[in-house]
Design a protein around this ligand. Structure first.
Ligand code: ANZ
Ligand code: ZN
Length: 846
């Protein structure tokens, strides 16, 4: 039946598919229900790599599956083609980022074609095309109109190597996400998107995604937003008219506050220090200079010795009127909460460390040795009935133990709060503060506004013109896109200001409002803006009149299945969720979450570690593709394990996958029955294997157990082989049925082999569009045979058992039968002969 030759199959089918445009979605008049299956689009950094092979392979399983289930599936592809790597590579080679980018896109596209994900190529987009980025500019203007895009001065994260600002999200443990350099703070005027306005919704709406997104991603999103609840408490400051507000999660501990700390780099600290003695002013200035270089991580580290300066000023505790000395320190951050705290050393470890370092008082206000469960404990008593208290309770003395008491307990030394549990006391304290007009319930977030300005060339120009007379003037929508100038002649080397600023012809314009001389904003947008809404652009990627069509969005979006790496668990997903909510508020969308279901694929490793050129353990996608072919590669990746797990390429066998594919393909060539054959006449045992696969595969695919489906396909191919060689033969109807189902399901993993099998089975329709066959329920019920149990030659019982029952199992069933027990009576069993599954013969001693 010929030899299986993957290269020949690829050469044969690829042109056919491209000619047929099988995967074009949303054709006029198509009445099928719709599914939107999306893979995170690639960055064109070179050719595709094994990670792409894995992710796009998994995405395609889903897309192809839904097509077999009768859906019109939107499965688009594009490129996230702006960004630093292209610019850096271009600088290094003295090339144009544009050229570098589009050359890489062409290469990746060629690899994709061969790898054959079922993309709708008619919707291809590149974020670096003016046809795309003009809509980034449109989005910016919409946000600007709403006050969601705004410019402010502030301390920003600055990468001294890439010479650009970074969003908080791009600073990993104090280092630049991209190049690893230590990030420093710099004062700059920059554009921001007001994500913080959406913080509550970004947290609350995660509940919609519970069970549909990986738990890990949900909690990473929650932690990043970092909502905490507590109270804002206002403190009078001696010699100052305005009160100072602090945020605390523990208003219950107000009676334990013994000092106040303000962030050393906050305007408040500078102001308070300004009123102090010369000596203190000098110490403050020195200290401020010392702290300037520290990262937030360093500042918040609990194991770092505490430092600070007493400002010779006092705050008044609003509940008990106590005077609290005010200190400036680095362990309080200027841009969190209000940049000032009430310090409760008995119950907060950092405050305790500070108090011990500077000899400040420590007062316990929560007795952590008192039970709070609400259950009255049984207290042991002595002979006279006096309570005996255990003497091993921890001492309430953090000042000497050095360990703050952070646990549950009951309030002491706290006036109206005494006796309350911690959580009741938090409520009560807020009530008391509110009654006195000196505090209120408050929430606080770790999330900061999204800094979107970048001082680099290869990105979307910000559509703003700065006019000396009119100020910030948005570029009129009709003038979009603001195109990037040619890179030729511009110095792209990072120098701390955007290269665009030096493009004289480009940057100098007349003001749209007054017509006077003005300058374009020369920064470009963070590329996460591009990817925040691209899923909508695919819906009408070629529409020159608008960013996306709300009617199409209503039809297709949100995305039903999103597939991509966990490295995007925070940034990209958070920004897409934010932009989706903004567009919802503006009335463009009817949903508030962009991605209904999310699959994070694992990584492809080599010998247990991450692949990299420097380690010399890089598995080249192109080389694997040439050696094993698309189908064997895809089957191997799917079969390696659950898609969420990492795959070690050293442990898998593409050769084994190729053998399996060849076996399947050969069977299709051996089938001798015609497509009109009556399935019912086929071999029942094989039909049962076929139909169990048909019944189980949908649930398995929908819960991402792709590896199990491949295993079941292998089982089916083996069973088919056996039926041909050792059973009724290749002409049996069940063999044809099994081969057809194999081809249909194999289409999810090995499209070339599946297409060819289908043709060999006598069809000229595309296998990719074959409707999923319904499993015959009669073939699913577990099959039973009747086992006869004899006692001393007489039939005493009949047992319904599985045909696969083991000898031991059948014997114990027989021995357990009541009828058998009666027949044996008091006699001793001398001998048992078991012929599973049909017969048990018991002989007794007489
Ligand atoms: C008094 C107190 C007593 C606190 C206690 C904690 C325990 P999260 O949960 O992270 O929001 N805090 C407030 N603003 C701060 C700032 N700008 N820099 C550093 N720390 C700051 O933490 C809130 C708690 O962190 C607040 O509650 C405050 O300390 C501190 F037994 O107030 B707490
Ligand atoms: Zn003007």
């Amino acid at each position: 039946a010929g030899t299986y030759d993957f290269a020949a199959l690829e050469a044969k089918w690829l042109p056919v598919w491209e000619e047929q445009e099988l995967f074009r979605s949303g054709r006029p008049g198509d009445t099928r229900p719709r599914k939107y299956v999306l893979d995170m689009f690639p960055y064109p950094s070179g050719d595709l790599h094994m990670g792409h092979a894995e992710a796009f392979g998994f995405g395609d399983v889903s897309a192809r599956y839904w097509r077999h289930q009768g859906f019109d599936v939107l499965h688009p592809i594009g490129w996230d083609s702006f960004g630093l790597p292209a610019e850096n590579a271009a600088i290094k080679r003295g090339a144009d980022p544009r050229e570098w980018t589009y050359t890489n896109i062409a290469q990746q596209k060629a690899s994709f074609r061969r790898y054959a994900p079922s993309f709708d190529w008619s919707r291809e987009l590149h974020t670096s095309d003016p046809e795309y980025y003009r809509w980034n500019q449109w989005l910016f203007l919409k946000l600007y109109e709403q006050g969601i895009a705004y410019r402010k001065d502030g301390k920003v994260n600055w990468c001294p190597v890439d010479q650009t600002v970074l969003a908080n999200e791009q600073v990993i443990d104090g280092h630049c996400e991209r190049c690893g350099a230590v990030v420093v703070k710099k004062d700059l005027t920059q554009w921001y998107f007001r994500v913080t306005d959406y913080a509550d919704r970004l947290v609350d709406d995660l509940n919609q995604l519970e069970g549909a997104w990986p738990q890990k991603v949900l909690s990473m999103q929650r932690n990043w937003i970092g909502r905490s609840s507590g109270a804002d408490v206002d403190f009078e400051i001696e010699g100052r008219d305005e009160r100072v507000t602090v945020f605390t999660t523990r208003p219950d501990t107000l009676y334990g506050a013994t000092f106040m700390v303000v962030a050393v780099d906050s305007p408040l600290a500078a102001e308070l220090a300004g009123g102090a003695s010369d000596e203190v002013q000098r110490r403050f200035a020195d200290y401020l200079a010392e702290v300037g270089a520290e990262t937030d991580i360093e500042r918040l580290a609990t194991d770092k010795p505490k430092t600070g300066v007493f400002l010779e000023r006092y705050a008044i505790n609003p509940l008990n009127g106590e005077r609290l000395p005010i200190w400036a320190s680095d362990y309080v951050l200027a841009d969190y909460g209000h940049g000032a705290i009430m310090a409760v050393p008995a119950h907060d470890q950092r405050d305790l460390d500070f108090a011990r370092a500077f000899g400040l008082p420590v007062r316990v206000v929560v007795d952590v040795n008192q039970p709070v469960t609400g259950v009255i404990p049984v207290i042991p008593t002595d002979d006279e009935g006096n309570p005996v208290l255990p003497d091993d309770l921890p001492p309430l003395d953090p000042a000497s133990t050095g360990t703050a008491l952070t646990g549950e307990g009951r309030l002491i030394n706290s006036g109206p709060l005494d006796g309350l549990s911690k959580s009741r006391a938090i409520h009560r304290a807020i009530e008391v503060l509110a009654e006195r007009g000196t505090g209120r319930a408050a929430k606080n977030y770790r999330l900061r506004d999204w800094l979107i300005s970048r001082q680099r060339f290869w990105g979307t120009p910000i559509p703003i013109i700065h006019c000396p007379d009119c100020g910030e003037v948005p570029v009129p929508e009709a003038d979009l896109p603001v195109r990037l100038p040619e890179a030729k002649g511009l110095d792209l080397a990072p120098k701390g200001s955007s290269p665009l600023g030096a493009a004289e012809d480009w940057v100098n314009v007349s003001c749209p409002t007054c017509g006077g001389a003005a300058k374009r904003d020369s920064d470009t947008m963070d590329t996460f803006v591009d990817s925040s809404w691209y899923y909508l652009r695919y819906l009408n990627a070629n529409d020159e009149t608008r960013a996306f069509d709300p009617v199409e969005a209503e039809k297709w979006a949100p995305v039903d299945q999103y597939v991509g790496g966990v490295e995007h668990a925070i940034l990209h997903l958070l920004y897409s969720r934010f932009v989706t909510k903004v567009l919802f508020d503006l009335g463009y969308l009817s949903f508030t979450e962009p991605f209904t279901s999310l699959l994070n694929q694992g990584m492809v490793l080599m010998d247990g570690s991450k692949m990299s050129k420097s380690k010399g353990n890089l598995v080249e996608f192109a080389a694997e593709l040439n050696q094993h072919g698309t189908d064997a590669l895809r089957v191997t990746l799917a079969f390696a394990g659950p898609p969420e797990d990492d795959i070690d390429w050293a442990d898998v066998s593409p050769v084994g996958s190729a053998k399996f594919l060849a076996r399947a393909w050969r069977i299709a060539g051996e089938v001798t029955s015609s497509p009109q054959v009556e399935w019912k006449t086929g071999d029942r045992a094989l039909r049962r294997v076929t139909h169990r696969l048909l019944a189980d595969a949908p649930g398995l695919i929908e819960s991402f157990k792709f590896n199990v489906v491949v295993a079941r396909l292998m089982e089916l191919v083996n069973a088919t082989r056996k039926t041909i060689d050792q059973g009724p033969g290749a002409g049996d109807a069940a063999v044809r049925e099994a081969a057809e189902v194999t081809a249909m399901v194999l289409d999810l993993f090995a499209p070339y082999t599946a297409a060819d099998m289908w043709q060999r089975l006598g069809y000229d329709t595309p296998v990719a569009l074959v409707p999923w066959r319904k499993a015959d329920s009669a073939l699913l019920v577990a099959e039973q045979v009747t086992a006869i149990v004899q006692v001393d030659g007489k039939v005493r019982d009949r047992l319904e058992v599985s045909p696969k029952i083991s000898t031991d199992e059948l014997e114990s069933l027989a021995r357990g039968s009541a009828a058998v027990a009666r027949a044996v009576g008091e006699r001793e069993i001398a001998n048992v002969i078991v012929r599973a599954p049909k017969l048990v013969n018991i002989a007794t001693r007489r």
